[in-house]
Design a protein around this ligand. Structure first.
Ligand SMILES: [Fe+2]
Ligand SMILES: [Fe+2]
Length: 153
């Protein structure tokens, strides 16, 4: 499972879209998740944990959440700017994904069950991310490009 996950998470395996700032955000996110994956793997291998180790995971998860909030916000703004017709479909996917991420983090903070975090990071999120970038983000970027969106403006 871990090997398959690593394949999905490799930067070169993320589908590229036609807008650079979106690709850059996706690359950054994979970096964040790789770092978290290491922390979680180390945590899973030990039988007892210090408060510092738990805090480190909490901080990394909350940093990822902040990054994700900005990621989705910028894409939603791009869709609004370019009047992307499927705005609500794409932004709804963001909303649902954000809720799941928040629920996972809250569960971690309440009971420190690393297996729930591991399932999310190694299985649920990579599948979601790959599928989302390959469909919603891909269409959004293509539409923006065709409709004359120029980055930096
Ligand atoms: Fe995206
Ligand atoms: Fe998106």
């Amino acid at each position: 499972m871990l090997e398959a996950t690593k394949t999905i998470l490799d930067v070169e395996n993320i589908p590229l879209v036609e807008i650079s700032f979106m690709n850059d955000t996706h690359f950054e996110e994979v970096g964040i998740v790789k770092n978290l994956s290491k922390l979680v793997s180390v945590y899973q291998e030990k039988n007892s944990h210090t408060d510092d180790e738990m805090t480190q995971i909490s901080q990394a998860l909350n940093g990822w959440l902040d990054h994700t909030i900005l990621h989705f916000k910028r894409e939603n703004e791009l869709m609004q700017k370019t009047e992307f017709p499927a705005y609500s479909v794409h932004s709804d996917e963001h909303e649902i994904a954000l809720k799941k991420m928040k629920t996972m983090i809250q569960a971690w903070e309440q009971n420190q069950d690393i297996e729930l975090v591991a399932e999310y990071i190694f299985t649920l999120w990579p599948a979601w991310f790959h599928q989302h970038v390959n469909t919603m983000d891909m269409m959004t970027a293509k539409f923006a490009k065709i409709n004359g969106f120029v980055e930096g403006n």
